[in-house]
Design a binder for this molecule. Structure first.
Ligand SMILES: C[S@@+](CC[C@H](N)C(=O)[O-])C[C@H]1O[C@@H](n2cnc3c(N)ncnc32)[C@H](O)[C@@H]1O
Length: 227
């Protein structure tokens, strides 16, 4: 059933979905992509409690999208699609990548119930889905993304590899958000090396996530902000 709030679900609607997810005791199989999970299955509730970006962060990243007037967004790491739905507010087109088909199925049901038809989810490991998406975009002469949010496969070398792959697809003045930049020594190292890359005109460290931009007219500066 389609929601009456076409394309613009309210925070209350999204948070009520999050609340429901946290209470869900359904077991689903876990797909490990090398981030270190040894579990074979987990409840929806436990995943929702640990994996999703908390409300204030999802809201903040959506506000960044508002600020830069993003039209096209890529998210790597969909989970149950709650942050995806925040990003897809104001009719923004969101492409999101998720490796666990059981999780992606739940996310797709959420977007259906919210009337968010402009989200496209590509299933499969990032190692396969990302190059195939970029190849498809190249052949369709797509203009690229305004905002890219990397929130999955939190290993330093993987992060650096993904950033190198997507860099040419971030539009001039676009924003790249990397999650869990202080999660482990190798993520910390990866974040430090990304910040130093002359490609970016400025960076901001929000502790849970970091932001890099190619926006013109900025002097190379690194901000550190806690909220
Ligand atoms: C932290 S969760 C994403 C949370 C989501 N962005 C949110 O805020 O609601 C990371 C997701 O990425 C997926 N993932 C992790 N590594 C992956 C990989 N290498 N390929 C595909 N999916 C991956 C996991 O299955 C998981 O659902």
């Amino acid at each position: 059933m389609q929601s009456i709030h076409q394309n613009n679900p309210s925070i209350a609607e999204l948070e009520s979905l999050r609340k429901k997810l946290k209470k869900d005791r359904t077991l689903i199989p876990i797909v490990d992509y090398g981030a270190g999970s040894h579990r074979v299955q987990q409840t929806v509730g436990d995943i929702a409690k640990s994996a999703l970006k908390r409300t204030k962060h999802a809201v903040a990243i959506a506000q960044v999208a508002d600020y830069i007037d993003a039209q096209s967004i890529l998210e790597m790491g969909t989970s149950f699609g709650i942050t995806t739905a925040y990003l897809a507010q104001k009719n923004r087109a969101v492409t999101t990548l998720e490796g666990n088909p059981h999780i992606a199925e739940i996310a797709e049901k959420h977007w259906d119930s919210l009337g968010l038809a402009h989200i496209q989810c590509k299933q499969g490991s990032f190692a396969e889905s990302l190059p195939s998406l970029l190849q498809q975009w190249e052949s369709e002469m797509h203009l690229g993304f305004d905002l890219i949010f990397i929130d999955g496969h939190h290993q330093g070398d993987a992060l650096v590899t993904y950033v190198e792959q997507i860099k040419p697809w971030l539009k001039e003045g676009g924003v790249l958000v990397c999650d869990d930049i202080h999660w482990s020594p190798d993520m910390e190292e990866a974040w430090n090396s990304l910040q130093m890359d002359a490609h970016w005109t400025a960076s901001a460290d929000f502790y849970e996530w970091g932001l890099l931009t190619t926006r013109a007219g900025l002097t190379k500066e690194a901000f550190s902000i806690r909220f």
